[in-house]
Each structure stands twice: as structure tokens, then as C-alpha cells.
Ligand binder design. Structure first.
Ligand code: UD1
Ligand code: CA
Length: 471
């Protein structure tokens, strides 16, 4: 049934009449100031490449298709992008920003709005771009450019306005007069173009300027001359348009990103004791009332539940934690940890562990590729690898699952309620069935049935008179 005047329907219809949005991301430049073998846009901020941030943001603000213009080390850039479904255009020689967009000519759709972004400007937000697109459409602009007011405009293109404060043109620093160089309103290099206006103006670009380049900035003046409207919107937050050209700027951008992510979690009810020393990747999710102590690094697609305490000094990579987990001074990789489990200090949980609820993984314990049932305790100095451990097992101090025979890895299976004494070796492949006890110091090489005591060590002997003889 269709309810015609419901707000949802109205919104859906508005959506239909809205123009499409596509994004072109310029990433052909060399970025020589990075002094790196790696292409600039592949340098990472919190484990994500700069260009992937820009692609994510473009998608986030509604771009249906994204085209990245590559040139310098094109194949490496293409391979290094994590996002799927991205189109590429090749700019073999870098002849300017206008030329770069020309190379994506086939991608430009006359019926769409075309957003132009840079691959080395990772701090731009979807929110800002959404507002920009909205203004662009409401005002019926041929192109809308984002400008910023900066203290030191050296090197940037300057926005020149007419006596009514309307947009006149952009002049590049190298082409500007002394007078024009005094202008502190700069071009951020981010634009929304009407697709048709972009196509027309690109066709008229020349390279008669100080750098002999095809300047995208000249398109704006051309659109104006053609009778189009050009808007220059001053950015509220100049940080968003911060371009990275060097390692120093990479660290600055990373600092801004880190603070932004930490702030978002704090606003969602997470306590972060020391946000300056907490590094959370953009894809991480954290539940309410969780406390993050100083020195933590939360990476990739890590998910932390509610009421957890993480840290100090802990690292979680692509790991899922339930609620009420205590995780201190430890590392976990690609694993799952259940509710109310405690980990650390100094535990190392390696990939593919499934650790249950109310488990204790204590100090100097390494667990790898193992399943640990609810209520099981591995309190100290143990190695548990390639093991399927049931519930309520107690692993004594120093118990080792001997999983490697020098050629192959083998599994150990331990039933519920087993008691593994101190300094026990379980030599895999081996199974210990439910409820059995393994005597301290045993080296178990054969399967142990349920509900028994297994002892596998030399019996203690007392040798009377031995000391006397030795004298
Ligand atoms: C450009 C703008 C300038 C603006 C500044 C903001 C022009 C002519 N000037 O300056 O007004 O203030 O950005 O940072 O557009 N790129 C290519 N191919 C090229 C040239 C550049 O892909 O042939 C890419 C670069 O990789 C980079 C981006 O475009 O991501 C900007 O290039 P860059 O040389 O830094 O900008 P400018 O031309 O100096
Ligand atoms: Ca630049």
C-alpha cells in the first residue's frame, strides 16, 4: 500500500528529482616532499590511506561513483586503494589540475554534479560536502568552490572578488601581483561543478600562465563569462582542507584525525582518559561506558562492547570484545573475546581465537588459533595454541600445548572441567576428556579418558645416605 503524503514518500520523491553526484579525486601528482618510495596518497593515517579517506567521504556525502585520477606510480596507487568499485583515469604527464580533470573526461556526466577533491586532503568531512552540494543546488551555481581564510596564504591560489563581494576569479600565487598576494582568502581546491559547465569550460582551457599548466581554477572564470553563477563558500573549519605535502604535515593531519575520532567516541559515551595518547582507527566501534586508559591502539574493524576497561597500553586489531571485558597491557589480533572476560597484563592473543565468557587469560599467556570455553582459566605463563578447550578448565601455571613437531601443527582437545596441573605438556595431537586431572609436571603424549588422574612423570625417589656417601 502506498500512502501518498507520508513524509517518507515526499523525501523519496525529492530524492528522485535530485541530481546525481559523482566525484573526481586528483591523485596523479608525485608528492616529492614526502621523500618516499611510496606514492603520497598511499601514506596512511590511523591505518587507512589518505586517498581511501577521501573516497569514503565522497561516498558518505552521496557520490554514486568515484573516479581517481592517477599518474605518478599509477599501478601502485590503484593496487593500494582499499575501496572497491572505484573508476580510474590516467594522467600520464602532470600538466596541471585542469588537465587532470580532462583526463577523466569520459567520467564527467552532463546531468550530474561533479565534485572535485584531492587525494592528499584527507580531513574533509561528508557533512561539509553535503552542505556544499546543498548550497550549490539551491543557488543554482554553475560551480561552487570552497575558500578559506588563512594567516599565511603563500603558495595558494587567491580568491578575487568584485565590489559586491561576488566571485571574480582565482589567481595562482605564481601569477598574482603584489597586490593580489595580500589577499588572505585562498582556494582550497574543492569544488562542486555542474557537469555540463565543467565539460564546456574544460574545452576552453589554455596553459598561458606562469607554470605553463592547465589550471582547473580558470574554469571558474570561464563559467562566469559564459553567464553561469559562481559561488565561493568560506569554510567554517580550515582544518578540513589541510593538504598533506610532507611527513610533518602527515603527522599533523593524523593528530587532527585522531582528536576528531576520539571526540566522536567521547560524545557517544566512551571515557577516554588521555585522548592525546589514544589511537583509534576510523572503523572501530566502542560501546557506552567503556573506559579507554592511556596508550591504547584500536585498529581496523575492532568492536568493543559496553562497560569494558581497555588498557593501559593495549593493542586490539580486528578483534571483537563483548561487554564488561577487562583488557590490560595486552595485544589481541583477529579474535573474539566474550563477556566479562579478563585479559592480561601481558597476554598475547594471536589470530583466530574464540574466547568465551568469564574466561581469565592472565599474565604472560599466549593463545593462538584456539577456542576457549566459558569460565576457563589460564592464569599465568602458558602457551595455548591450536587447542579446543571446553568450559571451566583450569590451566596450571606453565602449562604448554605442544602443537608443533618440527614439521606440522597438531590440535589439542580438552573437555569441560579438566584440571591441567602446573608445568604440564600436552603433546598434540592429543585429547583429554571431561573431568580428568593431569598431574603437575606431566608430559602427556597419549589420549586421556574422562574422570581419571593422569600422571606422566618419573616417580619421586628418596635416596637415604646419598649425601653421606658423597662426602
Ligand atoms: C591547487 C590550485 C590552487 C589551490 C591549491 C590548494 C590549481 C591551478 N591551483 O594548487 O588554487 O590553492 O590547489 O591546495 O588548481 N594534480 C594532478 N595532476 C596534475 C596536477 C595536480 O593530479 O597535473 C593533483 C595533485 O596530486 C594534488 C592536487 O592535484 O592532489 C593539487 O595539486 P597541487 O600541485 O598540490 O596544487 P596546486 O596546483 O599547487
Ligand atoms: Ca599544493
Amino acid at each position: 500500500m502506498k500512502i501518498l503524503d507520508s513524509p517518507e514518500t515526499a523525501a523519496a520523491e525529492e530524492e528522485v528529482y535530485m541530481k546525481n553526484l559523482k566525484a573526481i579525486i586528483l591523485a596523479a601528482g608525485e608528492g616529492s616532499r614526502m621523500k618516499s618510495k611510496k606514492p603520497k596518497v598511499l601514506h596512511e593515517i590511523l591505518h587507512k590511506t589518505m586517498v581511501d579517506y577521501v573516497i569514503d567521504t565522497a561516498k558518505d556525502c552521496g557520490a554514486e561513483q568515484v573516479c581517481v585520477v592517477v599518474g605518478h606510480k599509477a599501478e601502485e596507487v590503484k593496487a593500494g586503494i582499499a575501496n572497491d568499485g572505484v573508476a580510474f583515469a590516467l594522467q600520464a604527464e602532470q600538466k596541471g589540475t585542469g588537465h587532470a580533470v580532462m583526463m577523466a573526461g569520459d567520467f564527467i556526466d552532463e546531468n550530474s554534479d561533479m565534485m572535485i577533491l584531492y587525494g592528499d586532503t584527507p580531513l574533509i568531512t561528508g557533512e561539509t560536502l553535503k552542505n556544499l552540494v546543498e548550497t550549490h543546488r539551491k543557488e543554482g551555481h554553475g560551480v561552487t568552490v570552497v575558500s578559506a581564510l588563512v594567516e599565511n596564504p603563500t603558495g595558494y591560489g587567491r580568491i578575487l572578488r568584485d565590489e559586491n563581494n561576488g566571485f571574480r576569479k582565482i589567481v595562482e600565487h605564481k601569477d598574482a601581483t603584489e597586490q593580489e598576494r595580500l589577499v588572505k582568502e585562498i582556494n582550497t581546491g574543492i569544488y562542486i561543478f555542474n557537469g555540463k559547465a565543467l565539460k564546456n569550460s574544460l574545452g576552453k582551457l589554455d596553459n598561458h600562465n606562469a607554470q605553463g599548466e592547465y589550471y582547473l581554477t580558470d574554469c571558474l572564470e570561464l563559467i562566469l563569462q559564459d553567464g553561469g553563477k559562481v559561488g565561493a563558500e568560506v569554510a567554517a573549519d580550515a582544518d578540513e582542507f589541510f593538504g598533506v605535502n610532507s611527513r610533518v604535515q602527515l603527522a599533523e593531519a593524523a593528530g587532527i584525525m585522531k582528536r576528531r575520532i576520539n571526540r566522536r567516541h567521547m560524545e557517544n559515551g566512551v571515557t577516554i582518559i588521555d585522548p592525546d595518547h589514544t589511537y583509534i582507527d576510523s572503523g572501530v566501534k566502542i560501546g557506552m561506558d567503556t573506559v579507554i586508559l592511556p596508550g591504547c591502539v584500536l585498529e581496523g574493524n575492532t568492536v568493543v562492547g559496553e562497560d569494558c576497561e581497555i588498557g593501559p597500553h593495549s593493542r586490539l586489531v580486528d578483534t571483537k570484545l563483548g561487554n564488561g571485558v577487562q583488557f590490560q597491557h595486552s595485544t589481541a589480533l583477529e579474535s573474539e573475546i566474550g563477556n566479562d572476560t579478563t585479559v592480561g597484563p601481558y597476554a598475547y592473543i594471536r589470530p583466530n581465537c574464540h574466547i568465551g565468557n568469564r574466561v581469565k587469560i592472565g599474565d604472560f599467556v599466549e593463545v593462538k588459533n584456539s577456542t576457549i570455553g566459558d569460565g576457563t582459566k589460564i592464569p599465568h605463563l602458558s602457551y595455548v595454541g591450536d587447542t579446543d578447550a571446553g568450559e571451566r578448565i583450569n590451566f596450571g601455571c606453565g602449562s604448554i600445548m605442544v602443537n608443533y613437531d618440527g614439521k606440522k601443527k597438531h590440535r589439542t582437545t580438552i573437555g569441560d572441567d579438566v584440571f591441567v596441573g602446573c608445568n604440564v605438556n600436552l603433546v598434540a595431537p592429543v585429547t583429554v576428556e571431561k573431568g580428568s586431572y593431569i598431574a603437575a609436571g606431566s608430559t602427556i603424549t597419549k589420549d586421556v579418558p574422562g574422570e581419571v588422574l593422569a600422571v606422566a612423570r618419573a616417580r619421586q625417589q628418596i635416596i637415604e645416605g646419598w649425601i653421606e656417601k658423597r662426602k
